[in-house]
Design a protein around this ligand. Sequence first.
Ligand code: SF4
Length: 363
Amino acid sequence: MKVRHILGISGGKDSAALAVYMKQKYPELGIEFYNSDTGCELSETERLIEKLQSVLGNVKRLRAIEGRNPFEFFLEKTGNFLPSPQQRWCTLRMKLEVFEKFVGNDLAVSYVGIRGDEDRDGYISTKPNIQAIFPFRRNIWSLDVINKFLNNDNMKQVVDIFEKLCSPGRLKYDVTGIVKTPISKGFYYSKKLNALLDLDIKLFNHAVFEFLKTTDYPVGKLDNFPLLDNTDVLVKKDIFDLLRKSGVGVPSYYDEIPFEVDGQVGTYCRSRSGCYFCFFQQKIEWIWLYEQHPDLYKKAMAYEKNGYTWNQGETLADLIKPERIRQIKLDVIKKQNANRKQNKGSNLVDIFGDDILCTNCFI
Ligand code: SF4
């Protein structure tokens, strides 16, 4: 049965690095690279995608509407009702629906760039024909797969699988001991998972693969899956190194730009990819947009009509009043100084986290 391999490029560093990594390491998978083109990306993102195209070959641009700006098309349809964290029609209309159309009913393995140093579970497909895999993590499987595999009800089947895969010896003794210990309050899923991964990552992956063959998951329909033998774990530093070495480089909106207020110096940048007006961005990122891309800021301002605003309780016009800009910048300087005192990173990405809020955009 044909199973497609797909990888979505958000315009951020992690998915870009994953695309390069997978292309270099697993060319035989024939991965289809795609990007959801909202028509509202920063020029820095467009440049990144162009560079990626030269390394990856084709990157399919998925666009909800041809011939006009998709965001403006849907905005008109909603009567100028701006999207927000509670009413996130932008993701649904401009990304999810186009993505689902792109995959259709085909079986697909979707590779997702959650790093090994991130503490989040990531995307679980709501469509049974799409299965997410996380190559940068020690545990490449999604939560739903792990929960099924380690469920007490499936223990006998999983013990049998490990019995077949392990040659007699210490490892077999240890593995079956762990597998036969039921999930309980004191031995919960993540504890059991980590105990098995600590023993042998490859063995664990091969066991999950055998288990998936008895299910409808797309990976279970493959004859073989090279990621079973992958034990790489990539963290933030590796992502930056990989992108620089590949020649693609890091998206330039991550470059920290210095600013000064009352003789004090801070830095700002944009800490995430996505639409330039994304309502998930921090106030300082709006100021970055205003000062680095004034034309885009003005466009975002023009969308604020009939009482709809991008930020709750504050219009973009108010946000750029000199005293407000000064206050936002001073707040950032204060946080950056506090981080430095605690020997923590002082970049915006270190303070606010990177791509944390908009991850559902990046399936
Ligand atoms: S990046 Fe932000 S504004 Fe754009 S689709 Fe995603 S959530 Fe919506």
